[in-house]
Design a protein around this ligand. Structure first.
Ligand SMILES: Cc1cc2nc3c(=O)[nH]c(=O)nc-3n(C[C@H](O)[C@H](O)[C@H](O)COP(=O)(O)OP(=O)(O)OC[C@H]3O[C@@H](n4cnc5c(N)ncnc54)[C@H](O)[C@@H]3O)c2cc1C
Length: 499
């Protein structure tokens, strides 16, 4: 690899988030030379990492980029173009999908399609990903599964008194709470200090398991992986026969450079990998690139109890998923998961008209959850790029009738558990952090973009390893599944082999 205008490597990876960094890590372990191209920079260690005002109100780590919704309204996407990608600010909730998520599931409002591989195929790699991302949990705790061969690599994070008490109240209200699978460095010599600023924030002490700290940096330390920041990939250019990638066109501060490689991996995130392919006219013989956009049907709930102060530090330690397979009428609902403690100033970023003292009063007496349900794929929910290069995401979410019932049932349980008021913040299109499905995996090249190992059907040296491959969104946080699939691809496909 050189640093002149002719740059090349054995494998060139675009994006350093969950998919890209985990792939780089696994390739480095196999001795493969890798160049990671990342449009963003490393986030500096600074006081603003932990400032609710800087992160939530001033949106310090979000790009200025504007996307369009289905009606051409402008919005800022919930994404982060930095080394480590969205994992730098994610909540580190790292559950596995459940066995049934890999098969066909009949929902009230449609069908969740099968994946081209099974839970059993991914199970060993789930464990490897849990080791890499230091996942804490308790085997068998979640009554809805999934079956796992081994114990979690680390024991579950203990609940603080408020959540321990909440768990008891929820049990009495009729549900079975379990410990969240969390990726944090809590081991005896661990760096986690259990602060209030984890979910949604950048970890200033490198204790949150993210793609930069847990995968990319160790990969670079092997000497096999190089990182080029400020490198935005604009186009994939094919060889004259159209069968292979020849090079990438990359915008840098020194102008556009060509990057050559033997094999290429796009891991730019669900939407951005699709955008690069659409702009290049590549890997799209199925016309599926950009289609099947999903992001979960989500809402935040703040459950308020005027009698009970919530003085918690680390709130995100518990979920319940009793209605994951059946919400009562034979159709799946999803998971209810605690989120990081919402502070008054954070709520101000969306409850803009409510005075801060009132928000503080409420938030000091509330506990917050995300109510997460699967949204179903549709060809009409899609990413497109207009003539000016603007990104448009057309989405009519499927499953909202079910989500409304799920919300009602959740609210009833929370009231039974002692809460007098429930405040709801539904997710809009800008809260697209769980985006997936845009370069779907499948066995049939007519209906999918990549095969079960995320290799494109159309181009023989191009892989797409990020959230885009998911044929369905399940109702679980996506990041561990992306990481496990990256490890599986490097082990089982020909990405790491060179003649
Ligand atoms: C606030 C928040 C909380 C979340 N909480 C959780 C959670 O608790 N659990 C969970 O499982 N998931 C969570 N997620 C989602 C999770 O972060 C994503 O699912 C995951 O990071 C997706 O991985 P990826 O590889 O597809 O993309 P990303 O991790 O987003 O990585 C994409 C990378 O590609 C780079 N890139 C994009 N375009 C280009 C280009 N043209 N050229 C070069 N580089 C490019 C980006 O800068 C980025 O670094 C959360 C996300 C957010 C925003």
């Amino acid at each position: 690899m050189t640093t002149s205008d002719h740059i090349e490597s054995d494998v060139v990876i675009v994006g350093s988030g969950m998919g890209g960094a985990t792939t780089a890590y696994a390739l480095a372990k196999k001795g493969v030379n890798v160049l990671v191209l990342e449009r963003g920079e490393r986030i500096p260690k600074e006081d603003q990492n932990w400032s609710p005002k800087a992160v939530f109100v001033e949106k310090r780590y979000k790009p200025d980029e504007i996307w369009l919704d289905k009606d051409n309204n402008e919005y800022g996407p919930g994404l982060h173009y930095v080394v480590g990608g969205n994992t730098k600010v994610y909540g580190a909730s790292l559950p596995r999908f459940k066995e049934a998520d890999f098969g066909v599931i009949q929902h009230e409002e449609g069908v969740s399609p099968a994946w081209p591989f099974t839970y059993k195929d991914l199970e060993p790699y789930y464990y490897q990903a849990e080791v890499l991302y230091k996942v804490h949990g308790t085997k068998g705790d979640d009554p809805m599964g999934p079956v796992r061969e081994k114990e979690f690599p680390y024991p579950a994070m203990p609940h603080e008194p408020y959540v321990a008490d909440l768990a008891e109240r929820l049990k009495k209200a009729g549900v079975r709470p379990y410990a969240n699978a969390m990726g944090v460095d809590l081991a005896t010599d661990g760096k986690c200090i259990r602060c209030k600023t984890c979910d949604g924030f950048v970890c200033k002490v490198d204790a949150k398991s993210d793609a930069e700290i847990n995968a990319l940096n160790p990969a670079i330390a092997t000497g096999k992986v190089k990182l080029m920041t400020g490198a935005k990939v604009e186009k994939v250019v094919l060889t004259p026969d159209g069968k292979s990638v020849d090079h990438l066109l990359v915008e840098t501060k020194d102008g556009v450079v060509k990057v050559f490689g033997k094999k290429f991996v796009l891991s730019a995130g669900g939407v951005n990998s699709a955008v690069i392919l659409l702009k290049s006219g590549v890997a799209n013989s199925s016309d599926m690139v950009g289609r099947n956009f999903m992001m979960h049907n989500n809402a935040h709930i703040a459950a308020f109890d005027i009698r009970r102060k919530n003085d918690i530090t680390f709130q995100k330690t518990m979920s319940f998923a009793d209605w994951y397979y059946d919400g009562g009428k034979g159709y799946p609902f999803g998971v209810v998961q605690l989120i990081g403690k919402v502070q008054g100033i954070m709520a101000k970023s969306w409850a803009t008209k409510v005075p801060l003292p009132l928000l503080n009063f409420v938030m000091n007496r509330s506990v917050e959850f995300v109510v997460m349900a699967e949204d179903l794929p549709s060809k009409d929910n899609r990413v497109t790029v207009d003539a000016q290069g603007r990104i448009k995401v057309t989405r009519n979410s499927i499953g909202m009738k079910t989500h409304a019932k799920f919300m009602k049932k959740t609210e009833a349980v929370l009231r039974k558990a002692g809460y007098q008021a429930i405040f709801v913040q539904p997710f809009d299109i800008s809260m697209n952090s769980h985006q997936c499905g845009t370069t779907v995996a499948g066995n049939d090249p007519r209906t999918s973009v990549v095969d079960q190992y995320c290799k494109t059907h159309d181009v023989n040296n191009l892989w797409l390893i990020d959230a885009g491959f998911m044929p369905s969104s399940a109702a679980m946080n996506p990041a561990l599944t992306i990481a496990a699939q990256a490890l599986r691809i490097v082990e089982e496909s020909d990405l790491a082999t060179f003649a």
